[in-house]
Design a binder for this molecule. Structure first.
Ligand code: GTQ
Length: 346
């Protein structure tokens, strides 16, 4: 490939003249902006073991009262982006949030989309747009863009959940802001009941619901049962995976990030092809050995979280000989597909 001219090749007075007019020559940076064949990725394979984070999160509960935090979160930051950027990948933000019994994280709404994957504890709830969603391990709760949400806790043990937001992207777009609000009155109706059965959608007045987000709470018992019956029905199927969708349209549950539950059969090795979006993995039950191209393999215990950059094949193995493993997966596929840059390189 042709060597392109460097900035240093240009006379200093010319460079000064450019700078005064807010101009930059393209050619010294052209290969950096458009690298050959594979994008440059700052996202590094990063493993966040829950056993190391949990005591620090509980300590945050002692050190910082909820009133001083609003959201008591330790952010899982990818060192490849610089910890201060607080991003897991180009578009994904991850945080572990702690709520202690009796605490309340006040009502607000914001432009970034969020979901919560419940990690431990019972009795906490998120009120999303008036729907009170009680949290249980493995449940997925959406707080899509613009919807009011607050978190409360009626139980007696600490509750921890994993927040996944498209904050880095929305922030980069200079479109990230929040509005504080009043506690939302709980309204009747629950998406997890109205849409409790797959394959059929409610049609009360012979038309679809007018809600953009008709289902906000995806109980783990349902997703797990779907995976179990899919695995039983298709013994030949390698990738036993379900996507969290809008049950009215079948489209991804949120606009920017995609959410999935994946089952690894006992002893199964699953190779996921190199695709353009970055991915996040989080075992809900069981363990998973993770091998990412060019990175030393590691084992994820239950409730650990890891991320892998895009354009990279990932191999997952369930080390258990007799128990399935279940993983929560998040990725940037909806974004890549909408922008027309999605690729599967096999
Ligand atoms: O619970 O609303 O991890 O607004 C970051 C920003 C959680 C939340 C985060 C948020 C929230």
């Amino acid at each position: 490939m042709n060597e392109l001219g460097r900035l240093e090749d240009l006379p200093q007075d010319y460079r000064d003249d450019l700078k005064k007019l807010n101009l930059v020559p393209l050619w010294p940076s052209l290969r950096g902006l458009l690298p050959p064949k594979v994008p440059t990725r700052q996202t590094q394979v990063t493993h966040w073991p829950y056993a190391g984070i949990r005591p620090l999160l509980l300590k945050a509960g002692e050190l910082t009262p909820i009133e001083k935090a609003e959201r008591r979160v330790l952010v899982l930051a990818n060192p490849g982006h610089g910890l201060e950027k607080m991003q897991a990948s180009a578009a994904m933000y991850l945080g572990l949030q702690l709520l202690m019994p009796g605490e309340w994280a006040p009502s607000h709404r914001h432009t970034p989309n969020a979901v919560r994957m419940v990690v431990e504890g019972e009795g906490a709830w998120t009120n999303v747009d008036g729907e009170k969603c009680y949290m249980r391990r493995g449940d997925l709760i959406l707080t899509p863009t613009g919807l009011w949400h607050e978190h409360g806790h009626d139980g007696d043990q600490p509750v921890v959940w994993l927040d996944v937001l498209d904050l880095p992207l929305v922030f980069y777009m200079e479109a990230s802001y929040h509005i504080n609000g009043e506690p939302q009155a709980v309204k009747p109706g629950r998406g997890d009941r109205a849409y409790a059965r797959g394959g059929v959608a409610p049609t009360p007045v012979f038309q679809r619901s007018d809600k953009r987000y008709p289902m906000l709470h995806y109980p783990w018992v349902e997703a797990r049962a779907a995976l179990e019956s899919l695995a039983a029905d298709r013994p030949d199927l390698d990738c036993v995976q379900v996507t969290y969708v809008n049950p009215e349209t079948g489209e991804d549950a949120e606009n920017i990030l995609g959410f999935y539950a994946l089952m690894l059969r006992p002893g199964q090795t699953l190779r996921l092809p190199a695709r353009s979006p970055a991915q996040v993995f989080h075992p809900i039950e069981g363990r998973a050995e993770v091998s990412v191209e060019g990175h030393a393999p590691f084992t994820m215990a239950e409730a650990d979280t890891c991320c892998a950059p895009g354009y990279t094949a990932v191999t997952l193995r369930n080390p258990s000989a007799d128990q399935p493993a279940f993983l929560f997966v998040a990725d940037e596929s909806p974004l890549h597909r909408k922008l027309g840059v999605y690729e599967n390189r096999g």
